[in-house]
Design a protein around this ligand. Structure first.
Ligand SMILES: Cc1cc2nc3c(=O)[nH]c(=O)nc-3n(C[C@H](O)[C@H](O)[C@H](O)COP(=O)(O)OP(=O)(O)OC[C@H]3O[C@@H](n4cnc5c(N)ncnc54)[C@H](O)[C@@H]3O)c2cc1C
Length: 391
């Protein structure tokens, strides 16, 4: 612990920032600081472990925190859309505005589902450690480290959902959104930093596939088993028949998650085969892989949560909304995963060599099409009626 009174510790001038005006930001300058032995946390030479875990937890908390901010933006924006009249109509009644509200709600539902999932899993994992044991700290750190991938996903996905919500919040306010008189102007400035601190979103994106591949190599994650089963599936002449859009138990959404994971495995395998050890330098490919993983994690989390809601007593209205949000998250996510895979493969193979890869993606992604416009409308109407995040 470096105390601010120690000789050699000083701070730079207060920084004038775009947002977060309520908090102080200064450089922390350390010049030949001598830290007393009694201030040592953990073991000499192992401080990075503590530091990295603080970053991990910080990334998770950022993802959850921005969800709260997004809920506030949705609330003030829905209120505004119910008051502002243009062309003789409340702007909340316009389809172009409803599409924005619907999308905001769906993305927030995905983020909220991920937050509950990671928090619950982390709690369960930490509860298993005996708090009175001598190695409690070391084991807690190991347990927290297990969630490093999820923490990076929460950070990147969360900060980008929040950015989207704040941006559309301003847009729905029209010119008033650009005025400092309205709260969304501040939200828009404040939210921007979340994509930068706690490790920029570029750095976190690159960490995600890096950590996945490392765990797959160590046998902690069965990526290579999935790659093998996808290869076997692709050798069969018929493609897997998808469930109908009306089948109960989120059958279509579960299918999209499973097929999406196969598409990721297929594309990742091609990237690994082509680049081998050099993959860590292929930043565009790593970012595409990270985007696929994040979409799949969001889809999977929304599905898992909604299945739980379906199994519990809850109002028909809430169940319907959760279902609509999940269908929208899965349809958009699945489409993104397919396009991302194609982007990756188009870079890796050219001409005749590319054709079988695109055919493989087509075969894996055959699903019934979904009317996303109606889903967005349903979610938007609930948000506007309640003037808040409706789930
Ligand atoms: C308001 C505020 C509060 C902060 N609070 C803290 C704090 O409490 N503690 C703390 O330690 N820090 C804090 N920071 C610092 C913050 O964590 C860094 O600004 C952030 O990590 C980015 O580092 P950088 O500014 O050096 O950007 P750079 O590293 O210069 O990055 C510039 C751009 O290049 C990209 N880039 C950099 N390296 C690579 C690479 N290898 N590959 C691909 N792209 C790359 C980045 O993603 C970014 O887009 C704070 C910053 C701000 C603005």
């Amino acid at each position: 612990v470096v105390e601010k009174e120690l000789p050699g510790v000083s701070t730079g001038a207060e920084e004038r920032k775009m947002g977060l005006k309520g908090s102080s930001t200064r450089l922390l300058i350390l010049e030949d600081v001598k830290v007393p032995v009694g201030n040592l946390l953990g073991e000499v030479g192992k401080g990075h472990k503590i530091a990295f875990n603080i970053l991990n937890i910080g990334r998770f908390k950022l993802g959850v925190g921005v969800l709260g901010g997004s809920k506030r933006v949705l609330h003030v924006t829905a209120k505004y859309a119910n008051e502002r009249v243009a062309f003789g109509q409340k702007i909340g009644g316009f389809g172009a505005i409803q599409a924005k509200f619907g999308e905001m709600v769906a993305r927030m539902y995905a983020l909220e589902s991920m937050s509950y999932r990671v928090a619950g899993s982390m709690d369960q994992s930490l509860e298993q450690i005996d708090a009175t044991s001598d190695d409690y700290s070391a084991r807690s750190m190991e347990a927290i480290e297990e969630f490093a991938i999820e923490d990076s996903i929460m950070k990147v996905f969360g900060s980008e959902v929040a950015q989207y919500v704040a941006d559309e919040g301003v847009q729905i306010h029209g010119g008033m959104g650009y005025s400092a008189e309205y709260e969304v102007e501040r939200s828009f400035r404040d939210v921007r930093i979340n994509r930068i601190f706690e490790g920029t979103n570029e750095i976190n994106r690159m960490l995600i596939p890096g950590m996945i591949l490392k765990r797959a190599m160590k046998g902690q994650l069965n990526l290579f088993g999935l790659i093998q089963s996808v290869d076997e599936e692709l050798t069969k002449p018929a493609r897997q028949l998808p469930p109908g859009a009306q089948e109960p138990g989120l059958a279509l959404e579960r299918f999209m998650v499973e097929q999406g994971k196969k598409v990721f495995a297929y594309a990742a395998n091609q990237a690994i085969q082509k680049h081998m050890a050099d993959l860590r330098d292929q930043q565009e490919i790593l970012c595409i892989m990270a985007d696929m993983v994040m979409e799949l994690y969001a889809m999977d989390s929304a599905v898992t949560r909604t299945l739980q809601i379906l199994g519990e007593p809850s109002s028909e209205e809430q169940t319907k909304l959760a279902h609509a949000a999940t269908r929208l998250v899965c349809t958009s996510g699945f489409n993104k995963v397919r396009l991302l895979a194609e982007d990756l493969l188009c870079h890796i193979a050219k001409g005749d060599k590319l054709t079988p890869h695109l055919e493989a993606v087509d075969k894996l992604t055959f699903v019934p099409r979904v009317d996303t416009i109606t889903l967005r409308r349903e979610l938007a109407q609930a948000a506007l009626e309640r003037e808040r995040y409706p789930l």
